[in-house]
Ligand binder design. Structure first.
Ligand code: C2E
Ligand code: CA
Ligand code: CA
Ligand code: CA
Length: 275
């Protein structure tokens, strides 16, 4: 046993132990956050070609024990690995649907949609369709204003199943956006089989457009291909008027980025809409 111990130490050094400890602490923290309301959503504006608010993408934040805000890039990967993403995703869906229902009660906000990020593991749950249906019913939200953002990796794992699942949700009126387009496999052949309404160009391409002709060419190609397939295009990470004009000239339908608005707490939406 002693030998084993030494071997284990050889292959499992203090630096690795520190990573495990940090992960364990984070996992405990995430479970606690689910129980104690430690998560909240920010809503980032999406605007149309005239600059009018068309909806929002819901983006999760975790308020750490010390009052700091932890970004999803830091905890979503671990939530995926541990399976906690399923419960976190359910909370996001419930919260976003409740907000949608609130917006639908007033004429000034009734037209707004909410886009929710769905992780691969969440989408692959056997009962995903009924989970989404019950979230909508509990909240009393109009499903036609709910958008689910999926990434290529969530869909391509089992294309047939994805097609079935998406079509079932489409029948309820839910729309789909293909997130982070251009960063993954980007095989175009599957696109026409899947009922996407929108495609989101990853912000890395928007960011690099000005300096890099390759990125500019990719953005142009994505726009013309999407339009040929009757998909709306959402550009992410639009930060400058030059980027907006370039995209507008080439027919981009929706815009999201700091130029129009950062992810906002819901209380700040009144002011944003009054602007
Ligand atoms: P994403 O889905 O690609 O979301 C867009 C990210 O870009 C957001 O980061 C947003 O704050 C940021 N962003 C938007 N406009 C700009 C801009 O003009 N400039 C720059 N530099 N950044 C911009 P955020 O909120 O940190 O989220 C990071 C990622 O975490 C998201 O990327 C998404 O993949 C994931 N995520 C966020 N919320 C959820 C959630 O509720 N569920 C799941 N499964 N994933 C989530
Ligand atoms: Ca997204
Ligand atoms: Ca994205
Ligand atoms: Ca992205």
């Amino acid at each position: 046993a002693k030998e084993d111990g030494r071997n284990a130490i050889r292959f499992f050094n203090p630096a690795m132990q520190a990573v495990v400890d940090a992960h364990t602490r984070m996992e405990i923290g995430l479970r606690a956050a689910l129980d104690n309301g430690g998560f909240h959503l920010l809503y980032q504006p999406q605007v149309d070609r005239q600059g009018r608010p068309a909806g929002a993408e819901a983006l999760i934040r975790w308020s750490g024990p010390d009052g700091t805000t932890i970004s999803p890039a830091e905890f979503i990967p671990l939530a995926e690995d541990t399976g906690l993403i399923v419960q976190i995703g359910q909370w996001v869906l419930d919260t976003a649907c409740a907000q949608l229902a609130r917006w639908q009660q007033s004429a000034a906000t009734r037209h707004l949609s909410i886009a929710v990020n769905v992780s691969a593991r969440q989408f692959r749950q056997a009962d995903f369709v009924s989970l989404v249906r019950s979230a909508i019913e509990r909240a009393g939200a109009d499903p036609s204003r709910l958008k689910l953002e999926l990434t290529e990796s969530a869909i391509l794992d089992d294309l047939d199943q994805s097609v079935t699942r998406m079509n079932q949700l489409r029948k309820l009126g839910i729309q789909f956006a293909l997130d982070d387009f251009g960063t993954g496999y980007s095989s175009l052949s599957y696109l026409k089989r899947l009922p996407f309404a929108q495609l989101k160009i990853d912000r890395s391409f928007i960011h690099d457009m000005a300096e890099d002709e390759g990125s500019e060419a990719i953005v142009i190609a994505i726009l013309s291909m999407s339009h040929a397939l009757s998909l709306e295009v959402v550009a992410e990470g639009v930060e400058t008027p030059i980027q907006r004009e370039f995209l507008r000239l080439r027919g981009c339908e929706l815009f999201q980025g700091y130029l129009f608005g950062k992810p906002l707490p819901i209380e700040e939406w009144q002011d944003f809409l009054a602007m």
